[in-house]
Design a protein around this ligand. Structure first.
Ligand code: ZN
Ligand code: ZN
Length: 379
């Protein structure tokens, strides 16, 4: 597509004043704004690009002079590959970086309300960490909790530009909209070149002509963002989920940091987790240990029945397969390991004592006697 003359694009004569250029730009931007040009947003976007590029050049006295003298050749390095906007990132291939480097694109994105993107020059916001408490059921079945995060978002009234209506700004004359300035220092025979954020526009590349009344020119709005996160079955206590791009946005035109959500599982105190297995303890009555039987024990899901065989010794560990935690990202569950304590009656009546002696003899005394004799032999 052949490039149109920049004056033609803005519908102005070559003698147009700086104010003429500004007002023509504002008028056209409003005209091609996608909210207005709903019937053909793609064409509107193309028009918008064309208008922005023309404004970019004609609003800058130096660029305008070069354009007047040499035509597109005089300014093409500003937009073509290898021009100043692009050269630092030809190796990176990162769209975000390119967007951040080009005032044209930053402006385009800001005005079209697209996802906010800024490059290194625009600065990345802080990462934000929040915790979310979840019942143990979340680790069994998964959950989709919603976390509330204090957030700053681009002001909708000015689309994050800080300028009234999103258009009442001009390109920063100090950095030509790049948001960066080069400082050249000569020390002896050496020349040092440093590139830093433009102090005049604070790295935004824009100079606000009329402040947005909603955000007082900050371009930011304080909100509480509600974000749903997906917690998979088998999640560990303390697991951290990263939600890219939902951290703090510290400056309009900047890039937000990431949000980190830490899961804190509310583990019932009677259970101890080890990976997918879970440990618990249960106390059974002496007759059950002696004769066998079925007891009900608490599990992560509720209750389960445990078959106790006759002659179960104190501190025996039983394994209930599939009653542990789900395996993260795989099928199946771990096991519940129950350690069984045997409740010994503390006081028996005389009659009960007779019955026990009759049934069991004096085995305890016998064992103690054997052990004593063992010591005597070794000693
Ligand atoms: Zn605003
Ligand atoms: Zn600047």
């Amino acid at each position: 597509m052949a490039k149109r003359d920049y004056y033609d694009v803005l519908g102005l004569p070559k003698t147009a004043s700086a104010d003429d250029i500004k007002s023509a730009y504002r008028r056209l931007v409003r005209q091609y704004h996608p909210d207005v040009a709903k019937e053909n947003p793609k064409a509107a976007e193309e028009k918008f690009k064309e208008v922005s590029e023309a404004y970019e050049v004609l609003a800058d006295p130096e660029k305008r002079r070069r354009y007047d003298q040499m035509g597109f050749q005089g300014v093409e390095t500003d937009f073509g590959p290898g021009g100043f906007s692009w050269q630092n990132f030809t190796h990176a291939g990162d769209l975000e970086d390119l967007i951040g480097q080009s005032p044209l694109f930053e402006q385009l994105f800001a005005n079209f309300g697209m996802p906010f993107a800024g490059g290194r020059s625009a600065g990345r916001g802080r990462d934000v960490e929040v915790g979310v408490r979840l019942p143990i059921a979340a680790a069994l079945h998964g959950a989709r909790p919603t976390v509330e995060v204090p957030q700053t978002t681009p002001c909708p009234d000015c689309r994050g530009t800080g300028a009234r209506g999103g258009t009442a700004f001009e390109t920063c004359p100090d950095c030509n909209g790049s948001g960066r300035v080069r400082r050249v220092q000569n020390r002896g025979y050496s020349q040092f070149i440093t590139v830093g954020a433009c102090p005049r526009c604070n790295g935004t590349g824009r100079r606000i002509l009329d402040r947005c009344p909603t955000c007082a020119g900050s371009g930011l709005r304080r909100t509480v963002e509600r974000i749903e996160i997906t917690v998979p079955p088998g999640v560990e206590d303390g697991a951290v989920f990263r939600v890219p791009g939902h951290g703090a946005l510290e400056r309009a035109g900047g890039r937000p940091g990431d949000l980190f959500v830490q899961v804190l599982l509310e583990m019932p105190p009677e259970f101890r987790r080890d990976g997918t297995d879970v440990f618990s303890e249960a106390t059974i009555a002496l007759p059950i240990a002696l004769l066998g039987g079925e007891v009900t024990i608490p599990t992560l899901d509720g209750h389960a029945s445990l078959k106790v065989p006759a002659g179960t010794q104190p501190e025996t560990q039983f394994r209930l397969k599939g009653n542990g935690f789900p395996r993260l990202g795989r099928s199946g569950r771990g096991d519940l390991l129950v350690t069984v304590h045997v409740e010994i009656p503390r006081a028996l009546s005389g009659h009960e004592k007779d019955l026990v002696r009759e049934a069991l003899g004096t085995g305890a005394k016998g064992a103690a006697t054997r052990r004593e004799s063992l010591f005597r032999r070794r000693g």
